[in-house]
Design a protein around this ligand. Structure first.
Ligand code: ADP
Ligand code: MG
Ligand code: MG
Ligand code: MG
Ligand code: MG
Ligand code: MG
Length: 678
């Protein structure tokens, strides 16, 4: 989430009049950036994570855990503390920053300044994350805890679930049957976004998650907690009239999705082409890591038959009209649009021979006039189509004060559309007038209960992104198969039960070993012989092969594989993603101590993939199902929820040991107390 501009937001009826204006100037702004920065090269690897927390207020007497709505106060406190530390030059770690998020119970933290490619930075990530958490915790009330928990189990249940308690009849933006207005960050951007999505769509959003049928779950399952006959907002009858499906958990507001917490990573590439290769390389990895980090099996007080947040968020901001969704013939709307503006990537974009046109095999509507404009400006078809596809969307929040901008210095209109296309990967052009280069953001992962896990997945993805570039790895499979993987990744216990499409041979020369371009020279690369050990920075693209070996049928290039095979290899020709990371590590010199730390992270990832450690989702589901107050009816009541929140906090602090979830030597943040010097 970018800086929050204070201004006067337009209602949907007004905002839509400016849609073409925002798109036109957004593209002009992009072209200014392109002209200035397309040839920029030599940027070093900088990277950073974003971690989201929900603040939970514990009532130990009543055994109740509720979402604390004190975001504004907490952030004020944290920002004054952070500026205190900034002036203290003895601060041990770069001073973190805290940001607001959609939910008024949420916080986001980032490392403050990005990490470099040095090994010492890589192995300091966990300490940085723990420091941020400890800092946040020390500025909450005694009974509040900052949990890195993906979806709050009792968001939207009848009766109080927030502190203070609020009534859903107040939901003037979402018109939700379940979520009060107060759940949303009060900054005008968020209620406006919420209301404008509903208005543009022509109804409330509607998400239906299959309920998890346990021994005593009534069949069919007709949710008794839905206020079927409420008459407050005009949309109240939607539930009864088909929006809420039997045997499903029905969710009707943006807050159910944007109230989820995730773990995101942003990488700066050496130049635009390398950013495009990294983007493509990570596209097939999105669903794999979603399944491995699955952490959200409970929704609105019920166990669901899914383990992940992704489709909930996709549905929660789905502003497509009925025409765009294909329910009515096109009249007012311009396109049939297969996906929500929040969904997995639609197009590969690398300028690379390995990126065969056959891989972009789904129907991807794009704005033809914008495409032509970009093309005429000299931008290649792939990138032109990527941008023209993002720009089929309307801007949802338009501020009357910023309609007219200087397109040579601003990127606001471009970002208005770009940053409300929430895909699994985001290709981030440099902001105008900044030292920042071309970046790629990896967005599919669910946040993990501990920073050991969050650091492990961050370190794994950083190393994998280096391996992709260093070995010129080829992970291409058709986008339609990546979409299939996204759907499979969210199914209950996907990581152990499902198979995923993956490319059989990831090396370009058809061999079963990486042919490292790591030794070839590149002006901006860093070598491991330098004093401080660094991850490699810039990588040459593989030259076009002079035979047609890469032109066989696409359908023979991939197969369905287990998570274990994809990650740990098949013991034969396929090395697995961890095998590739290991090979990459072998090409750089890492001292023993750092290597041991990196190995402990890779070990967690390996054990998740082979099933010897559970995903948080599996652990949470088992916790509920073995709780004495659970009636085997899928209901997660207040008592179970309280005990779950308490357990997750104790696990994080290292007070409660759970060998099925974490390695035996995990040490929690309880021991960090007193080390932050505040
Ligand atoms: P978003 O727009 O996705 O919310 P944030 O600003 O919250 O982005 O976080 C982006 C992350 O990128 C942070 O971890 C930050 O440290 C990191 N970052 C900042 N500058 C760079 C850069 N030049 N290259 C790579 N990462 C960067
Ligand atoms: Mg965020
Ligand atoms: Mg952010
Ligand atoms: Mg964000
Ligand atoms: Mg931002
Ligand atoms: Mg982000």
């Amino acid at each position: 989430m970018g800086l929050l501009y204070l201004g006067t937001p337009l209602s949907w009826d007004e905002a839509k009049k400016y849609a073409d204006h925002v798109r036109y100037h957004g593209i002009t702004q992009f072209l200014h950036i392109w002209d200035r920065l397309k040839d920029r090269s030599g940027d070093e690897l900088l990277w950073g994570d974003e971690i989201e927390y929900m603040v939970v207020s514990m009532n130990d007497i009543e055994k109740d855990a509720r979402l604390s709505l004190r975001q504004t106060e907490i952030l004020e406190k944290l920002s004054s503390i952070v500026s205190d530390i900034t002036t203290d030059c003895h601060a041990a770690v770069p001073v973190p920053t805290f940001h607001p998020e959609y939910g008024r119970f949420m916080l986001e933290s980032t490392p403050g300044s990005p990490y470099t490619g040095s090994i010492s930075d890589l192995i300091s990530v966990e300490a940085n994350m723990r420091y941020r958490r400890t800092l946040a915790r020390s500025h909450l009330k005694e009974n509040e805890i900052p949990l890195t928990f993906t979806s709050y189990p009792r968001l939207g249940v009848p009766g109080p679930f927030t502190e203070p308690a609020c009534d859903p009849s107040s939901a003037i933006s979402s018109h939700s049957l379940f979520l009060p207005e107060e759940i949303t960050n009060p900054h005008v951007r968020f209620p406006t976004l919420t209301a404008n999505i509903r208005r543009r769509r022509g109804s409330k959003v509607a998400i239906n998650l299959p309920v998890f049928f346990d021994e005593n779950t009534p069949k069919p399952f007709i949710d008794p907690t839905v206020p079927w006959d409420r008459h407050i907002y005009p949309e109240d009858s939607e539930a009864k009239n088909g929006a809420a499906l039997p045997d499903h958990i029905y969710l009707d507001a943006m807050g159910f999705g944007m109230g989820c917490c995730c773990l995101q990573l942003t990488f700066q590439a050496c130049n635009v082409n390398e950013a495009r290769r990294m983007y493509d390389g990570l596209i097939p990895i999105g669903p794999i890591l979603l399944a491995l980090t699955a952490a959200s099996p409970i929704w609105r007080g019920y166990l669901a038959d899914v383990d992940c947040r992704w489709n909930v968020i996709a549905g929660s901001v789905d502003d497509r009209t009925e025409e765009e969704r294909g329910l009515k013939p096109l009249k007012e709307s311009r396109y049939r649009i297969p996906k929500s503006r929040y969904d997995s990537v639609d197009l590969y974009i690398a300028k690379d021979w390995a990126n065969r046109p056959e891989y972009n095999d789904t129907h991807v509507p794009y704005d033809e006039a914008i495409f032509e404009r970009l093309q005429k400006h000299g931008i290649d078809d792939l990138l032109s189509k990527h941008v023209a596809h993002l720009f089929i969307r309307d801007p949802l929040v338009v501020f009357s004060e910023t309609i007219d901008q200087d397109d040579s210095t601003s990127s606001d209109h471009f970002e208005n559309i770009q940053s409300t296309n929430w895909q699994t990967l985001r290709f981030k052009p440099p902001p105008p007038n900044s030292p920042i280069g071309w970046r790629v953001e990896f967005r599919s992962m669910e946040v993990q209960p501990t920073d050991f896990e969050n650091a492990a997945f961050a370190v794994f993805v950083v190393l994998l992104s280096r391996a992709i570039l260093a070995f010129n790895l080829n992970f291409y499979i058709p986008i339609s198969k990546v979409d299939t993987n996204m759907a499979r990744a969210q199914v209950r216990a996907a990581s152990t039960e499902q198979k995923f499409y993956f490319r059989k041979n990831v090396f370009r020369d058809g061999s079963s070993r990486p042919s490292s371009s790591a030794s070839s020279s590149c002006s901006c690369s860093t070598t491991a012989t330098e004093k401080e050990k660094k991850l490699r920075n810039c990588f040459p693209t593989a030259p076009e092969p002079d035979n047609n070996s890469h032109k066989g049928p696409v359908s023979e290039e991939y197969a369905e594989m287990s998570m274990n095979a994809i990650m740990n290899g098949d013991g034969a020709s396929f090395p697995g993603l961890l095998g590739l990371v290991q090979e990459y590590l072998d090409t750089i010199e890492v001292d023993e101590e750092s290597l041991a730390k990196i190995q402990s992270y890779l070990d967690l990832v390996r054990r998740r993939a082979d099933g010897s450690l559970q995903t948080p989702a599996t652990w949470i589901r088992n916790f509920v199902r073995s709780h004495p107050a659970y009636k085997k009816d899928s209901v997660v009541n207040a008592e179970i929820n309280y005990d779950l929140m308490k357990a997750v906090d104790e696990i994080e602090r290292g007070v409660l040991r759970v060998p099925e979830l974490l390695p035996k030597d995990y040490t929690g943040t309880e021991q960090d107390k007193g080390t932050i010097g505040l």
